[in-house]
Write a new protein. Structure first.
Length: 214
C-alpha cells in the first residue's frame, strides 16, 4: 500500500489486498486483479457483451475464452433479454414449420392432381416430409387409385418409413407377403398400413405391384 501511494495509475475503485499494476508502455498504467497471459493467443475468443455510459466514460463488459464461446452458443442477445429472445425464436420456428408443412401439403396435392385417370398403383419416394402431410396424401390418394397409394420417406442407405392406403385391397396380407422379400416391420388395419423397410426404391415398387396384382 505504501508503494501504491507513490505510483500514478488508473483505478476505478478502492483496492484491498494484493494489487497488480499493469503497464502498457506509452499508453496506460492500471491496477488489475485479473489473470494475465504471456501471449494473446492464450486468451482465445473475445466477445464484447455490453457497453454503457458510466461517469463520463464508457464501461465495457466482455467475456473471453470458453466463456465467450458459451455465450455465442446461447444467443446473440443481452443476458437480461435472453428469455424474450428464446420466445421469439420459438414463435419463429413454429411459424416457419407451419409454412413448410403447408408447402409440402400443396406439393403432394399437386402430385395427385396430375395423376392420370385410371391409375392403379401410385408410390412416391421422398427424403423428408411431414408425416401428417404424408398420411393425408395417402388418404386422398387411395380415393384416386384403384389399387394402392403409398409414400416412402427416407433414403435407401438408412431405410424408409412408409404408409400404404387402399379402398379395395387388404393391405395386411400385402404387408405380410412384402416382408418376406424385404427387411422391415410394420402393421395396421386393412385399408391403411405403416412400417419401415430397407431396399432399392424400384425393387420395392416392383415387388408391391407384383404382390397387389396376384
Amino acid at each position: 500500500r505504501e508503494e501504491l501511494a507513490t505510483l500514478e495509475y488508473r483505478s476505478k475503485k478502492e483496492l484491498a489486498g494484493q494489487v497488480r499494476i499493469v503497464t502498457v508502455p506509452g499508453y496506460d498504467v492500471c491496477a488489475c486483479c485479473a489473470p494475465h497471459v504471456s501471449r494473446t493467443g492464450e486468451i482465445g475468443l473475445i466477445k464484447l457483451v455490453d457497453a454503457v455510459n458510466y461517469k463520463g466514460g464508457t464501461r465495457v463488459t466482455m467475456v473471453c475464452g470458453f466463456r465467450a464461446l458459451e455465450d455465442y452458443r446461447l444467443l446473440s442477445a443481452k443476458p437480461y433479454e435472453a428469455a424474450e429472445a428464446v420466445e421469439r425464436l420459438r414463435e419463429e420456428a413454429l411459424l416457419w414449420k407451419g409454412r413448410a408443412i403447408q408447402m409440402q401439403t400443396r406439393y403432394l396435392e399437386k402430385k395427385l392432381e396430375d395423376l392420370p385417370e385410371g391409375t392403379v398403383n401410385y408410390f412416391v419416394f421422398e427424403e423428408d416430409l411431414d408425416k401428417n402431410a404424408a398420411r393425408r396424401f395417402v388418404d386422398a390418394g387411395k380415393e384416386k387409385c384403384s389399387g394402392v397409394c403409398g409414400i416412402f420417406l427416407g433414403k435407401e442407405e438408412g431405410g424408409y418409413q412408409f404408409t400404404l392406403g387402399s379402398n379395395s385391397i387388404d393391405l395386411k396380407q400385402v404387408l405380410k407377403e412384402f416382408y418376406s422379400h424385404f427387411e422391415g416391420r410394420g402393421g395396421g388395419k386393412g385399408p391403411m398400413v405403416q412400417g419401415t423397410v430397407q431396399g432399392d426404391p424400384k425393387a420395392i415398387e416392383d415387388c408391391l405391384c407384383k404382390i397387389i396384382s396376384l
